[in-house]
Design a protein around this ligand. Structure first.
Ligand SMILES: Cc1cc2nc3c(=O)[nH]c(=O)nc-3n(C[C@H](O)[C@H](O)[C@H](O)COP(=O)(O)OP(=O)(O)OC[C@H]3O[C@@H](n4cnc5c(N)ncnc54)[C@H](O)[C@@H]3O)c2cc1C
Length: 403
């Protein structure tokens, strides 16, 4: 079939935050790129706590300037053991100024972040934004062909699969995943409160999962409330006033009187990990490559480091006149991302399991780890630095360097 479109260097499939970032990074570096962004769907009511490296990358790309007014700084992060168990940990406080930072990062509603990214994407000359779904992905020896709903096709040397959990790009590349789920769901919503949050995020560790309040501008915060799936569904269905009262009780009234805002989301907790992030002519970014539970604000921060890394590799290949979809590039990408993705996935999994476990030694180990973090300054500062800027993975955009 005639495609009617000239072949591009890269096609990004998926217009979530990871795909938009990859497309902006690639096209901003002059790589001819198409973004198959999908049809507009319901808005995402979640917020994202972006760590400083991600904020720096978004500033370098020109996204942050368009949405920072809607973001709140995270100056202090508290972990409070609310398990009521025999072996409880002390409260741990991480303060950004202890490692010379004004903030660990910023929390922003996904709708503002995605709108800013989409607005910028539509202004970049080297980027064509296509508001259609991909219906088929075919990986060939020299190119990848994406068939659109209209029947048209986009042909590219490299496909960046940013098409989320049920990634068609991943399937077309024959990349298998391993998956396990937890007996937990996360209820997400935003709320107003009568007391100020003082830029402090608080994670209450409860026996069925964390209950996390993260600041938004003004006297608003986002809530990720993890509990058993039935309980999460019950809470989601409560009338506003009853839900607000339940939240205030779980929050020990630290934010005063609570009022919930209208939208509520529900997400089943699971880990999903692609066996590799790179195969012949396909690179996976974001949740197409890895899904982790929403603990410790890691998921999209990992996805943005994927996007920055593939952007950096392809921009360099483009300048040198090399094929951006060649095997050596996609396998190098997979290798560069492996330690960061595996390390974060295992750490989040261990923390979540230690909360759920009735096994006393595991609860004790968790308590001991948190006690050491609270009392040993150098260890706490090392953990904070690693959290904000992982030593194993600092692509150029995260260091503020343009591609
Ligand atoms: C409750 C909760 C709280 C979270 N909080 C944080 C946090 O504070 N910090 C953090 O870093 N991370 C957080 N995360 C993780 C973060 O939300 C995800 O990592 C992020 O949304 C993934 O973005 P993505 O672009 O990879 O995928 P998605 O947002 O799923 O985007 C995929 C896109 O691909 C599109 N698509 C799919 N198939 C096709 C197709 N065939 N054609 C075209 N388009 C297609 C979809 O429509 C969608 O737009 C949280 C997650 C949860 C569940």
């Amino acid at each position: 079939m005639m495609s009617g479109r000239p072949m591009v260097d890269a096609v990004v499939v998926g217009g979530g935050p990871a795909g938009l970032t990859a497309a902006i990074a690639l096209a901003g570096a002059g790589v001819a790129t198409a973004l198959v962004a999908g049809r507009p769907r319901t808005t995402d009511n979640r917020t994202t706590a972006l760590l400083m490296g991600s904020v720096t990358a978004l500033k370098t790309l020109g996204v942050w300037q368009r949405c920072q007014a809607n973001a709140a700084p995270l100056r202090v992060m508290r972990i409070v053991d609310d398990t009521g168990r025999l072996l409880r940990a002390p409260e741990v406080r991480f303060e950004a100024d202890e490692i010379g930072l004004q903030a660990f990062g910023y929390n922003i509603e996904n709708r503002y972040l995605i709108a800013a990214m989409l607005e910028l994407a539509c202004e970049i000359a080297a980027l064509e934004v296509i508001r259609e779904d991909a219906t088929r992905v075919t990986v060939g020896a020299d190119a990848v062909t994406i068939t659109l709903e209209s029947g048209e096709t986009v042909v590219a040397r490299l496909a960046v699969g940013a098409d989320g959990r049920r990634s068609a790009c991943r399937k077309a590349a024959g990349i298998e995943t391993e998956r396990w789920s937890y007996p937990q769901s996360a209820l997400t919503l935003t709320l107003r409160h009568s007391r100020p949050h003082h830029d402090i995020s608080t994670e209450f560790h409860r026996p069925r999962g964390p209950f996390t309040l993260v600041p938004l501008p003004g006297q608003r915060s986002s809530l990720v409330f993890v509990s058993e799936p039935d309980e999460a569904a019950r809470l989601k269905a409560l009338p506003d006033v009853e839900l607000a009262a339940a939240i205030e009780q779980h929050a020990h009234s630290i934010l005063g009187k609570i009022e919930v805002e209208p939208e509520r989301g529900l997400f089943r907790l699971a880990v999903e990990r692609a066996r590799t992030l790179g195969a012949h002519r396909v690179a996976l970014v974001g949740e197409a490559g890895h899904v982790i539970p929403p603990i410790g604000a890691q998921g999209l921060n990992l996805g943005l480091r994927d996007a920055a890394t593939i952007g950096e590799l392809v921009a360099t290949a483009h300048r040198q006149g090399h094929d951006p979809g060649a095997n050596d590039l996609t396998s190098r990408y997979a290798q560069m991302r492996r330690a960061d993705v595996t390390g974060r996935t295992l750490a989040v999994d261990l923390l979540n399991r230690s909360l759920l476990s009735e096994f006393l030694p595991l609860q004790g180990a968790r308590g001991l780890g948190l006690t050491l973090l609270q009392h040993i300054g150098p260890l706490r500062r090392a953990a904070m630095r690693e959290g904000v800027a992982p030593a194993a993975a600092q692509p150029r955009l995260m260091r503020g360097e343009a591609l």
